[in-house]
Design a binder for this molecule. Structure first.
Ligand SMILES: [Cu+2]
Length: 148
């Protein structure tokens, strides 16, 4: 197999600078019935040649939707999340996430949440996110107990 440098096909063909946003692996965290909040995670890819920004979001499972980042273990709301050209930004536990506040009903595994992500240039992108208990690759998180 010959390796072709990434991007060599892209030069020349594109006349306008524009973002090309794709959302992958979206999921929402399952929460106990007592919880009024949850969070959505996903990978946002920009395959275009111009940056875009996630500026707003809404969903059908909670009354309020906010874009959050986590800094030193604390969450805070951000106005926009930049998705640079040709890059991907991962929304994951402990990092960026979409916060779902005032849930209409408890979210349990197997449920689906419809998210609408609003981008500055690409407009609205609809995503269906399944409810799961945790990320697939977070198995090493709970190994705290080593008493030797
Ligand atoms: Cu949050």
């Amino acid at each position: 197999m010959k390796k072709v440098p990434l991007g060599s096909f892209l030069v020349g063909g594109l006349v306008f600078a524009q973002p090309n946003i794709k959302v992958e692996d979206a999921w929402v965290r399952a929460v106990p019935p007592t919880s009024k909040m949850s969070a959505a995670y996903m990978v946002i890819k920009n395959e275009g040649n111009e940056a875009d920004k996630l500026i707003d979001a809404s969903n059908n499972a909670s009354q309020i939707t906010e874009i959050h980042e986590t800094v030193e273990g604390k969450m805070r709301r951000i106005k926009a999340l930049e998705i640079p050209a040709g890059k991907k930004v991962e929304l994951k536990p402990g990092g960026y996430h979409i916060m779902l506040i005032n849930l209409n009903k408890p979210l349990k595994e197997g449920d689906k949440v419809e998210l609408v992500l609003k981008f500055e240039k690409s407009g609205e992108i609809k995503v269906e996110a399944p409810v799961r208990k945790g990320a697939k690759h977070m198995k090493h998180e709970h190994h705290h107990h080593h008493h030797h």
